[in-house]
Design a protein around this ligand. Structure first.
Ligand code: ADP
Ligand code: ZN
Length: 617
């Protein structure tokens, strides 16, 4: 049995080895038992039900909450020669009939279906007439009433177990927390099933958080230097900021499109389609954009505003690098973000418990921004997972943060808040510390307080950083009136009394040239014009084939597969077929096309250095 699933992995999907727990899960299902699978985005959940569905007799029924996701997976599977179809509201009556006939004739390996349709009496009757190999419940966290993706129809899915007790079920999700997991087990009646938990680490994602300092320019510099030809997502909090940022990026020569809930459905659809099908679109979006985006080659996710919790941050950044290739999670954050979020929380109408919960989540998010040790260790620790050692793939690991003893500066900053009556915002406080003679200061007589001019040893920007860090650590609070004035909290007392020392991060005076992400191979060929030309030619070929069939480019081949072609220089179909991601069907369909590109004289000069570089990454 082992060899059978491995054989399918090789010949149908073109992959050499199973990843992580895939094989154990697949064998478990093939033997007819239930499973709950917790795996991060990009971990490779789909194969866990696709392969058993192909191996076992009958059709595998896959419940999937989003039409876009369903269609994506179905077109990808068809490319691989798998007999697969979907049933959802986009099909007309005749098409539905045709698929039902195929199902009854036992011609389908897999059938994707929306939960509401599955629960209809008519569908259930149909399913009772056919051989079913398994039920797969994708995005299983949709049963959780407390989660933001709650789908009421998911709760009805417990009927699968009642009506088809002998058919194995597999529920899958990328949501990590224990309460959601328990809800899934209860509601889907999976008490007897085995749970497979993978590490939630995404080692190919590089985390970077920078101090905000002209964010648009920082974003542009980041995209131009690290991701000039790549697809990415830029998250902003407000619709207006989404539109402004997208428009501005366009004037700077970046192919950016806006996406938020205020745009017409048609426009949203159009932008999403462009993002999926083209190679290098930057989507500027509110968090309305994300769920159901299965695009594997999103090379970066950038945040111009701070997310409300680490859960959101992790989910949003998780959309980068599903294909396992290097990707960036990049964020800028500053004093204003802290003030704004603190104000939103303070003004929230929610009940006390919800408020306290929101507050705790924000604290953790701010803690993550200010952390001076490995960010990945911090992130995973938040989700209850211990990493053995630091990751060497986050900004803090790559460019260790320097700290300075800020006890005296903190005392000055805090006491300035106190001396001026806890009624002012940060800009005013800094003016006082720097000893400025603004009309307002003179009018209010604050040139007479003891902290006036007491802070000339630091620059204005350094004081902002001091205030941000004090605020982030909860030594200062924002007033509830919404005017941005700040006051002391209980936590500031020991510092003011000199009982506690405080250390701050040293901000970089200048943006240091960051170690670029990306595999060595990619960096190498970006400098080698011949390799660059071959890369462009391979991508152009892929785009042409994709356009002919109106499917996204990655449905033909992933970047990783093209990269391996460049490294391996296959000269025959047989050699080409050994490359990861090329199964028998794709080899037959596209092999000649890509061989022609690979063997063209134009690209023959010297790719050998690329090959060497690649093989050791
Ligand atoms: P998830 O649903 O967990 O987010 P997917 O099932 O979409 O992840 O898989 C992520 C990517 O990894 C896909 O492009 C898939 O083809 C690829 N993949 C999955 N398993 C393997 C494997 N064993 N070897 C190589 N690539 C794999
Ligand atoms: Zn690290």
């Amino acid at each position: 049995m082992h060899s059978q699933s491995h054989h399918i992995l090789n010949t149908v999907f073109g992959y050499h080895e199973f990843r992580g727990e895939q094989q154990a899960i697949i064998e478990h299902l093939i033997s007819g038992q239930d499973a709950l699978v917790l795996m991060p985005t990009g971990g490779g959940k789909s194969l866990c039900f696709q392969i058993p569905a192909i191996v076992r007799e009958g059709t595998g029924i896959v419940v999937s909450p989003l039409i876009a996701l369903m269609q994506d997976q179905v077109s990808a599977l068809r490319q691989q020669g798998v007999a697969v179809a979907f049933l959802n509201s986009t099909l007309d009556f005749a098409a539905v009939r045709e698929i039902e006939q195929q199902l009854l004739r036992g011609e389908l390996d897999l059938l994707y279906i929306a939960p509401e349709r599955l629960c209809q009496e008519r569908t259930l009757q149909l399913l009772h007439q056919v051989d079913i190999s398994l039920f797969a419940i994708d995005e299983a966290h949709c049963v959780s009433q407390w989660g933001h993706d709650f789908r009421p129809e998911y709760i009805k899915l417990s009927l699968l177990h009642e009506q088809f007790p002998r058919v194995p079920r597999i529920a899958l999700t990328a949501t990590a927390d224990a309460s959601t997991r328990n809800e899934i087990i209860q509601r889907l009646d999976l008490l007897q099933s085995r749970t497979f938990i993978s590490s939630f680490d995404r080692p190919n994602i590089r985390y970077r958080v920078k101090e905000k300092n002209n964010p648009r320019k920082q974003l542009l510099a980041f995209i131009k230097s690290d991701h000039a030809q790549d697809a990415g997502i830029v998250y902003c909090l407000s619709r207006k900021k989404v539109e402004d940022t997208a428009a501005w990026l366009q004037t700077q020569g970046i192919q950016a499109l806006p996406y938020h809930a205020g745009l017409s459905a048609q426009l949203r659809q159009q932008h999403q389609q462009a993002f999926l099908q083209q190679d290098a679109i930057v989507m500027v979006a509110t968090i309305a954009f994300g769920m159901g985006i299965d695009k594997p080659d999103v090379r970066f996710v950038a945040h111009l505003d701070l997310p409300k919790s680490i859960e959101s941050y992790y989910q949003e950044t998780g959309r980068a690098g599903r294909d396992g290739q290097p990707a960036d999670a990049w964020m800028v954050y500053g004093l204003q973000d802290v003030i704004l979020l603190r104000q939103i929380m303070a003004g929230s109408q929610a009940n006390e418990q919800v408020k306290r919960n929101e507050h705790a989540k924000l604290e953790s998010m701010l803690g993550f921004c200010e952390i001076t040790s490995c960010r990945r260790v911090g992130l995973l620790n938040y989700f209850g997972e211990q990493l053995e050692r630091k990751c060497d793939n986050c900004d803090n690991c790559l460019e260790p943060v320097e700290t300075w003893d800020g006890t005296l500066a903190a005392q000055k900053a805090l006491s300035c808040v106190f001396r001026t009556g806890q009624r002012f915002g940060v800009n005013y406080l800094i003016d006082v510390l720097l000893g400025k003679n603004t009309p307002r200061i003179l009018q209010l007589g604050h040139d007479k307080v003891s902290t006036w001019g007491l802070g000339i040893e630091l620059k204005d920007t350094q004081w902002r950083s001091v205030y941000r860090q004090l605020m982030a650590r909860g030594l200062l609070a924002v007033d509830e009136g919404g005017h941005g004035s700040i006051k002391l909290t209980e936590k500031s007392r020991p510092v003011l009394q000199g009982k506690e020392a405080i250390y701050f991060r040293k901000e970089m005076a200048k943006e240091r040239a960051s170690a670029k992400p990306g595999s060595k191979a990619k960096q190498q060929f970006q400098q080698d014009p011949t390799a660059r030309a071959l890369w462009d030619a391979l991508r152009a070929k892929r785009k042409q084939l994709a356009d002919e069939q109106e499917v996204p480019a990655y449905v033909i081949f992933h970047d990783a597969t093209l990269m391996e072609m460049m490294a391996e220089h296959p000269a025959t179909l047989q050699e080409l077929g050994k490359i990861s991601g090329i199964g028998a069907t794709k080899l037959e369909k596209y092999g000649e096309d890509f061989l022609t590109v690979l063997t063209a004289d134009d690209y023959q000069s010297d790719g050998s250095s690329v090959a060497e570089q690649h093989s050791d990454t």
